[in-house]
Design a protein around this ligand. Structure first.
Ligand code: SF4
Length: 263
């Protein structure tokens, strides 16, 4: 079987045994060009209002079914991987196929979650949140909590929203998906370059805590670079710094209902 839409399954530290689903074209399509991106530079950064129209073909259902029947212990069917999946206008159609196929099959334990990675830049659009809220588990990126950190770290398209708008859209999304799980994912990195200030700075971390408190997600996942980054001048923070940041976040957020982990 030639696979068109799926990757893996592979073991993910954050998701367990996960089957990747890519609904974007064969090139990276993203509204950001993050300095640390592990799939390389975004050659053409697109506007959050740009869309591709690539509905699921019949092959998607067949492919998913063929693979899923061999992994009755799967933890997650995970949409993401080659950019920003909400840029595909047919995101909800893909979700519905995954939902149906999952429900048709027998599982050794709880059925896998249908999970979505998003960089959060399109969530200010109501039509996008309407699609995203169906997923069982949404992992939304928020590495930068100030506009200058957003510009330096994520290098967004000029039409992307500012931090206030992104935060408000995450607050709305949280309320719109009360029975589902929302995780905020923050990748913190360091820089070798004196003239590049990474998001590992006091103002950004403290402001991040303030925004997370406002968003009130179920989970916060702090992590760092684990593969070759897009830019040579950024590198991973160490375990001690991750622990330190988690401590700062826990103290400032001060809400036992928000689980804060690092990877
Ligand atoms: S949002 Fe994700 S895919 Fe897009 S550039 Fe950043 S890390 Fe890469």
């Amino acid at each position: 079987m030639t696979r068109e839409y799926t990757y893996g399954p592979f073991n993910s530290r954050r998701l367990g045994l996960s089957l990747g689903v890519d609904i974007l074209p064969n090139y990276k399509l993203c509204t950001y060009n993050c300095v640390y991106c592990e799939i390389g530079p975004t050659y053409q950064v697109v506007s959050p209002e740009d869309r591709i129209k690539a509905p699921p073909s019949l092959k998607f259902r067949r492919e998913l079914k063929d693979i899923l029947k061999y992994v009755p212990h799967l933890d997650s069917i995970t949409f993401g991987y080659n950019g920003e999946p909400t840029l595909n206008d047919s995101l909800l159609d893909f979700y519905k196929v995954a939902f149906d196929v999952r429900n048709e099959l027998k599982w050794d334990k709880d059925p896998p979650l249908i999970t979505l990675f998003t960089n959060s830049s399109t969530l200010y659009l109501e039509e996008v949140r309407e699609r995203v809220k169906h997923f069982d588990f949404v992992l939304a990126k928020l590495d930068a909590a100030t506009d200058k950190d957003l510009r330096r770290t994520n290098r967004p398209h000029k039409n992307c929203p500012d931090i206030d708008t992104i935060t408000n859209s995450l607050v709305k999304l949280r309320k719109e998906m009360p029975n589902k799980k929302l995780a905020i994912q923050s990748l913190i990195s360091k820089s070798h370059r004196d003239n590049f200030s990474s998001n590992n700075n006091k103002e950004n971390i403290e402001q991040l805590a303030y925004l997370i408190k406002k968003i009130n997600p179920n989970i916060v996942q702090l992590y760092s670079i684990a593969r070759i980054p897009s830019e040579y001048f950024v590198y991973a923070i160490d375990e001690n710094r991750k622990r330190e940041i988690v401590k700062i976040l826990r103290e400032l957020i001060n809400n036992d209902n928000i689980e804060i982990n690092y990877y």
